[in-house]
Design a protein around this ligand. Structure first.
Ligand SMILES: Cc1cc2nc3c(=O)[nH]c(=O)nc-3n(C[C@H](O)[C@H](O)[C@H](O)COP(=O)(O)OP(=O)(O)OC[C@H]3O[C@@H](n4cnc5c(N)ncnc54)[C@H](O)[C@@H]3O)c2cc1C
Length: 373
């Protein structure tokens, strides 16, 4: 049958989901058009080159996965360096290693053996005498006791959520992993690193040979854009796609304050969390350390967690019961459009996805689309 439209797929959004889908469709001989409302491609993994330093414009991004297939997939487009995420916590002028491990416990209590640390934590938990926790604070105290909670969890969590820990539900923290080894590697995954040259290399590789338009908001003329392609892949906000028919989903947002400093090294680490509630930002990122940069200048970004209001960037879905129920209603509606529109990615699925997970989700969609059954 003769096709009447210029493209097989219109892909709305050039983040990892849209770019992986476009790449795989293009590889299979499909004509794709990617439209992106920002003035650059790449979604939240976009990096800006500031005099040789790749600045993670939308927050620090560290790639990690246990999935060999996904690791090989991204390695087609960039070589990864040996960066291992070893963040620090800054609390009232003292530094602690994260995640909670023997280094952290040594810094906190001067204890040198796992046995002594385990006994200390058990003693602290017992002192609190908490039955069924009724909020996040009680849950955390029951899991790790007051010293770790007050120093490393309370202030940071309250800043992230913009609410007191006693007003947050207990289920937000299911587990607080404690490591009784001297191991500062934040992730347990087999594969980890930062693409040399930044994430833009991966996006450029994925989108080679594909028509892309930036600075274009699909909703400004959705009928026109729909008319160009046989099928749509939508990676924007799912509630917005349906005109907020059932109501608005909630998000958490972020504010970034970037500074250029004419010194070679500001904090000696890429990621420093500020766990004291009195410090307004949650962390400082020093971007050059992701790629072992040796420039004479440095770029730091202070990250603030903020309330999401319409128009702000929706960074994190709020996966509580109310929002998940609302997202499910939209998903049911989305499923009825399956023949014409595919929904995917963190905004369209309303799920917090790490990069490897969003690539995995796109590859599953690709499989269903091109090899059904
Ligand atoms: C602060 C922060 C830190 C993170 N750190 C890590 C990390 O360390 N490791 C990790 O693995 N993952 C991390 N992630 C997660 C990672 O960013 C996501 O998994 C990934 O970027 C999601 O890709 P996506 O394509 O689903 O969404 P996005 O990257 O958001 O792409 C969606 C795109 O669609 C565009 N769009 C939306 N609506 C429209 C419209 N109407 N018209 C046109 N275009 C539209 C948007 O502008 C955007 O570019 C982090 C996320 C955040 C927010």
């Amino acid at each position: 049958m003769q096709k009447s439209k210029a493209y097989d797929y219109l892909i709305i959004g050039s983040g990892l989901f849209g770019s992986v889908f476009a790449h795989e469709a293009h590889k299979r001989g499909k004509k794709c058009l990617v439209i992106e409302k920002r003035n650059h491609l790449g979604g939240n993994v976009y990096c800006e080159d500031v005099d040789g330093i790749n600045v993670h414009t939308y927050g620090a991004h560290i790639f990690h996965t246990n999935d060999k297939g996904i690791w090989e997939y991204v390695n087609q487009f960039a070589t990864f360096n040996r960066y291992i995420n070893t963040p620090l916590a800054h609390y009232k002028g003292k530094l602690y290693n994260l995640p909670f491990n023997m280094n952290t416990f040594y810094q906190m209590w001067g204890l040198t053996t796992p046995e002594a640390v385990q006994a200390k934590i058990q003693e602290q938990i017992a002192q609190m005498n908490i039955g069924a926790p009724s909020n996040l604070e009680e849950q955390a105290l029951k899991l790790v006791g007051p010293d770790i909670y007050e120093t490393l969890i309370k202030g940071y969590t309250e800043k992230q959520w913009g609410r007191k820990a006693t007003a947050l539900p207990a289920f937000i923290i299911k587990r607080l992993p404690l490591r009784f080894t001297f191991d500062n590697n934040y992730f347990n995954d087999t594969y980890q690193g930062i693409p040399i040259g930044g994430y833009n290399k991966i996006i450029e590789g994925l989108l080679t040979g594909i028509a892309c338009k930036t600075g274009v908001d699909y909703f400004e003329d959705r009928h026109y854009w729909d008319s160009l392609a046989e099928k749509t892949v939508y990676t924007g906000k799912i509630d917005e796609y349906f005109g907020y028919e059932f109501g608005k989903l909630d998000y958490r947002s972020l504010k970034f304050e970037q500074e250029r400093l004419e010194i070679p090294n500001y904090q000696g680490a890429a990621v420093m969390n500020y766990t004291d509630a009195a410090v307004p930002f949650t962390r400082i990122i020093e971007h050059k350390h992701f790629e072992f940069g040796e420039q004479s200048h440095t770029i730091i970004t202070k990250e603030y967690a903020t309330e999401w209001t319409p128009g702000a960037e929706p960074y994190y879905p709020v996966n509580d019961r109310q929002n998940d129920a609302l997202a499910k209603k939209y998903k049911t509606l989305a499923d009825t459009l399956n023949e014409k529109v595919l929904f995917g990615g963190r905004l369209a699925e309303y799920r917090y996805y790490d990069m490897h997970q969003v690539i995995g989700s796109a590859l599953v969609k690709v499989k269903h689309e091109f090899n059904p059954g």
